[in-house]
Design a protein around this ligand. Structure first.
Ligand code: HSE
Length: 443
């Protein structure tokens, strides 16, 4: 049986999971692939910490460069994370004629176009199923299953850590910091949890699936990003009263010559399937012209789910290696790395967030005095922002109370300008809280 040699770079949470799967599922994988996946090297600077795995002699090494350069290696699996050394190792591996698999969404978001070009030039493959949605097969679905579709929009919960925190706050009243610590302990969070909490991890993932969906270059820089750090239990409670659930959403819409791409907390109807995605689970709804709505759901983070996705890429490449060998030709992949033929990948601009039109939840602390509300609604009215409902929470003569407003569809720029004006009123002591309402997502 043909042997495919694999080197894993980085033996952290996911690297350990991939090594475990390669060792524990060897027979199962052989029976499905028709080749044996041989774990030749696992390279990590820390070879002392016990990973609960007994490696064969000479497998667990500290020198990643040795693993990349070794001639028997067919596939290099980069699971170091971060951008510097990981980028260097990936480009080095591709140049050395190795296929590369990674879960490193931050790296792909920033350098994916360069990496894909290099893989193309060196006639090797680059797999990244694990970079978005953990084990949820979103890359394969967009690139292969939905090939006959024009994809219209994508709406996803793509960060397990944030979804875990929001679930813990809303279901158990758990404090933010405690929920974050739990997510870290369970291995969901990035090494720097700021990337999770402030929405950047979701944006990395959105930049990847938007590129695959619309035939555009990966563009992280123009995605509007807001995280969940300003979401309070009070807003979660108000949302519930109005029939909404707050989720950190990654949203993208295909407007052909412009793409909408944004990450921010959003209120969605509590009856929507995405509102029922709890804990570290991820989900994405993909609206496409032939299929209508498709929804994927799965474990978005964690050791074994992510490792499972890495194995799906390794398997694809192993199968391509075998079929190329049978047909006596150089390596050929069936599926273009970014889903579209190279010559059809365009640089489609991302629409500035100022231009989006949606409904808004606005919470203000305002002095409870006659005439205050009319001042606020006057400012909104002057900016063409129509109010669907206004609720005052509590009564405090001449003291601050919460006023919650829900608007009809309005243009973001108008809303931001109005809020700036409202913030300047002497009856508004604090910065208003604004959460977009996504009433029209379908599923
Ligand atoms: N930190 C990520 C998350 C891990 O919480 O979803 C998976 O990409």
């Amino acid at each position: 049986m043909k042997q495919i040699n694999i080197a894993i770079l980085g033996c952290g949470v996911v690297g350990t999971g991939v090594a475990k799967l390669l060792m524990e599922k060897q027979r199962l994988l052989e029976s499905k692939i028709g080749a044996s996946l041989n774990l030749k090297y696992v390279a990590d600077l820390d070879t002392q910490t016990d990973r609960g795995i007994v490696f064969k002699e000479g497998v667990f090494i500290s020198d990643a460069k040795k693993a990349i350069a070794a001639t028997p290696i067919d596939i290099v699996v980069e699971l170091i994370g971060g951008k510097n050394i990981a980028k260097e190792f990936i480009l080095r591996a591709l140049k050395n004629g190795k296929h590369v698999v990674t879960a490193n969404k931050a790296l792909i978001a920033e350098y994916g176009n360069i990496i894909v070009k290099s893989a193309f030039e060196h006639n090797v493959d680059f797999g990244f199923e694990a970079s978005v949605g953990g084990c949820m097969p979103v890359i394969k679905t967009i690139r292969e299953s939905l090939v006959a579709n024009r994809i219209n929009s994508i709406t996803g919960i793509l960060n397990g850590t944030c979804n875990y925190i929001l679930t813990k706050i809303s279901q158990e009243g758990c404090p933010f910091d405690v929920a974050l610590k739990e997510a870290q302990a369970k291995g969901y969070a990035e090494a720097d949890p700021f990337l999770d909490i402030e929405g950047h991890d979701s944006a990395h993932k959105l930049s990847i699936i938007a590129a695959l969906s619309y035939g555009m270059q990966i563009n992280i820089n123009d995605i509007h990003v807001e995280g969940i750090s300003r979401i309070t239990p009070m807003d979660i409670e108000f949302a519930r009263e109005f029939g909404y659930t707050i989720k950190l959403l990654a949203i993208s819409k295909n407007n052909t010559d412009k793409v909408e791409a944004r990450v921010h907390p959003a209120m969605i109807p509590s009856t929507h399937p995405l509102a029922h995605v709890h804990g570290s689970m991820n989900a994405v709804t993909i609206n496409a012209d032939s299929t209508g709505e498709t929804m994927l759901y799965g474990a978005g983070a964690g050791m074994m789910p992510t490792a499972s996705a890495v194995l799906s890429d390794i398997t694809d490449i192993a199968r391509n290696i075998i079929s190329s060998a049978i047909n006596n030709r150089s390596y050929s992949t069936r599926v273009p790395i970014l889903g579209f033929q190279d010559s059809n990948i365009r640089q489609i601009p991302i629409m500035p967030v100022d231009e989006i039109n949606t409904c808004y939840y606005i919470r203000l602390a305002a002095v409870d005095r006659p005439g205050v509300l009319s001042k606020i609604t006057g400012i909104l009215g002057n900016r063409n922002i129509s109010i669907q409902s206004v609720h005052q929470k509590g009564r405090r003569h001449n003291g601050p109370v919460s006023i919650v407003m829900i608007t009809h569809g309005a243009v973001e720029k108008d809303v931001q300008l109005a809020l700036k004006e409202i913030s300047n009123l002497d009856v508004i002591p604090d910065k208003p809280v604004v959460i977009r309402i996504e009433d029209e997502i379908t599923a």
